[in-house]
Write a protein that binds this ligand. Structure first.
Ligand code: ZN
Length: 349
């Protein structure tokens, strides 16, 4: 089960942190300043999805790298066209002698996403973060990461430059019926994690499940039961959360189409609302959404809840107006002018 929060105040740099409740796993959407994220959580992060390399979306990389140096856990980074070059420039900006003294090597795996395909390179701290081995290339069909508990899809949207938007889909949630386990006289414990895993992986019904617990006299009691018995009686499967992240998008018809397709039916949509609608012309020139456009997009995409962020600092005293404007559009009480029928940037990558 994942919980998603904005790392910073909505007037500050964009970054959304998804935290796994039961596992040592974390995800970041965007990498603005992340000093508000405690080191314990930075150490949990395994995947980082960067929308684009404007400074306010990528400046947190240095802090992330610094906390992770000398740690064994690898980090997977994803970014838009040109991302590998920018990342390598950042890595080249520091001196990397003496790193052999770290007890653990730190591995970085970075993927650049283009419509024409994805390019993945690996880097290691001990070799000074020079690209290692041959880069991998693969077609890009919208799927960026496929993990045991979730998947992340992406699309390139237009911000004057190609910018990535993301959709996180948690796989089905598996819960156990406590009353049934009680009837079966099976105390809960870490064995349920293994059971959950077997169900997620679709193991056959005759797979033996070892239920075990401490008996209070220093020993361990165990019972071996077939997986099918649990599947039939003690398991409740519910669908997982869908969380989308949309930022830095110009209000064009093409973007509206892509954003709605990607975010469709999300439980939670993080969407930028940089300007008030009274400044829609300026928003268009700066390739950003207004609060009204953000709320309208959330409605059109049929999301359950939206969280607004990336407010222009000039509205510090007018936050209520941003929220009210977006909410009105989300409820269908306010509609923006039609989106521009033009492409302002190249998103082909
Ligand atoms: Zn931005």
């Amino acid at each position: 089960m994942f919980r998603a929060v904005l790392v910073n105040d909505p007037f500050d740099d964009p970054a959304v942190y998804l935290d796994s409740k039961y596992r040592r796993d974390g995800i970041l959407f965007d990498l603005g300043e992340i000093r508000n994220l405690v080191p314990r959580n930075i150490l949990k992060v395994r995947h980082v999805f960067v929308s684009h390399a404007h400074m306010d979306h990528f400046i947190g990389f240095d802090h992330l790298l610094r906390v992770r140096l000398g740690r064994e856990r690898p980090l997977f980074l994803y970014g838009p066209p040109g991302f590998l070059d920018r990342l390598e420039n950042k890595l080249r900006a520091y001196t990397w002698n003496l790193v052999e003294n770290y007890s653990d090597d730190f591995v970085l795996v970075a993927t650049e996403v283009r419509r024409s395909g994805r390019i993945t390179r690996r880097y290691r701290c001990r070799t000074g973060f020079l690209p290692e081995g041959k880069e991998e290339t693969a077609p890009f069909d919208g799927l960026l990461a496929e993990e045991r508990l979730f998947s992340v899809r992406a699309d390139l949207i237009d911000h004057g430059i190609p910018c990535l938007a993301f959709r996180f889909e948690e796989k089905n949630r598996i819960n156990f019926k406590r009353n049934v386990l009680d009837e079966m006289e099976l105390p809960t414990g870490s064995w349920l994690m293994d059971l959950r895993q077997m169900i997620l992986e679709g193991d056959p019904d005759d797979t033996p499940v070892r239920a075990w617990w401490k008996d209070g006299r220093g020993g361990t009691t165990e019972r071996i039961l077939p997986l099918g018995l649990f599947r039939e009686r003690a398991v409740k499967i519910s669908s997982g959360m869908v969380i989308s992240y949309i930022t830095d998008a110009v209000f064009t018809q093409e973007n509206v189409r892509r954003i709605c397709a990607l975010a469709a039916g999300s439980d939670l949509l993080f969407i930028e609302a940089t300007f008030l609608h009274e400044e829609r012309d300026k928003a268009f020139l700066k390739r950003h959404l207004t609060a009204c456009q953000a709320g309208w997009l959330a409605r059109l995409a049929g999301v359950r809840r939206m969280v607004l962020f990336h407010f222009s600092p000039k509205y510090r005293e007018r936050q209520d107006e941003i929220l009210a404007e977006a909410e009105a559009a989300f409820r269908g009480e306010k509609t923006p002018e039609p989106a521009a029928d033009e492409t302002v940037g190249n998103t082909d990558g």
